[in-house]
Design a protein around this ligand. Sequence first.
Ligand SMILES: Cc1cc2nc3c(=O)[nH]c(=O)nc-3n(C[C@H](O)[C@H](O)[C@H](O)COP(=O)(O)OP(=O)(O)OC[C@H]3O[C@@H](n4cnc5c(N)ncnc54)[C@H](O)[C@@H]3O)c2cc1C
Length: 334
Amino acid sequence: MNEVNNTASCTIIGAGISGLMAANTLKSHGLSLRVLDKGRGVGGRMSTRHIDYALCDHGAQFFTVRQPEFREIVDKWEELGIVREWCRGFADSVELATEDGHARYIGCEGMNTIPKYLANDIDVRVNERAVSIVFRQGNWIVRTENKSIYRSDSLILTPPVPQSLALLDTGDVCLAKMERDSLETIRYEPCIALMVLLANPSSVPQPGGLQNPTQDINWISDNQIKGISQTPCITIHASPEFSKANWNGEDAEITGQLLKSAEEWLNFPVVEFQIHKWRYAKPIQCYPAPALTASGLQGLVFAGDAFGAPRVEGAAISGISAAKAIIEAMNGSI
Ligand SMILES: Cc1cc2nc3c(=O)[nH]c(=O)nc-3n(C[C@H](O)[C@H](O)[C@H](O)COP(=O)(O)OP(=O)(O)OC[C@H]3O[C@@H](n4cnc5c(N)ncnc54)[C@H](O)[C@@H]3O)c2cc1C
């Protein structure tokens, strides 16, 4: 087991926007921390993929700003050139884009620009899948698939809640019954994402995104029209119903069905396609607060988009709230 330099005040599981906002908040208060993520890079569901010369957002497509706290943060990102406004509304299958007044923001080089920026000065260990968590003698001890051991006084869990609960079960960490029960009511819907590289420009109308265009598809965007890809590259998000019904299907079969459903907006031929299955795409039943501090367990906080609001903004605010809960608990114990 590798335990060198692996002690910090706080371990954060997950380098999505929630974990990274928590990390930056803790860091600004002078706390030592590290973030572990099982992925090859940071960002979680704010993911941008290279396919040949194309760039493709295949998780979150844009974000909105509703809360003053997030407004301040996004204004700073905009000044720094990390994000920009994409548009103020989308077309659907019958109507051209209408402006509804709400700005939709995107990362300037894909949604992943934002988590990459947030991870800049943070100790993030990628390819580190947490496989067990125990609490022993005042320490949280996280073991990873690579056989590393990380110790800390506090622990923030940002994976989808069923995955966080499964991790706690490995070390028999026992939550208060009411807390466990309400965490178990959190539900997510899945989404099959199809990325399609086209030889020719698509027919997706301005501004490059279509909401609910067909029964099987609830989103189509052209990453070139969106302004992040040099070549035509389409993202298709299957509806939750289609995703559930075809979850175990063959990629080629799923692709055939989705391409047929979207053919009106694609100019064939397809050069290449890739599929990604998001099992926990979007929470449909959330916890009614931006974070949950476990009672009776030192410094254990749950965060993520299932806490408060099921979107990028909600996840960001949740991460900040989790960090503040840790800071308040530490100040209270001094
Ligand atoms: C297809 C799709 C479309 C979306 N569209 C939009 C949109 O247009 N607008 C919007 O606002 N939101 C959208 N969302 C939702 C948005 O992406 C999420 O709300 C937000 O990114 C969640 O951030 P998070 O940090 O809570 O979770 P995540 O981004 O999921 O981060 C959790 C991290 O935990 C890591 N992890 C999990 N288990 C372990 C483990 N055992 N060990 C180590 N690491 C682990 C994961 O790798 C992941 O990086 C969309 C999501 C999807 C999937």
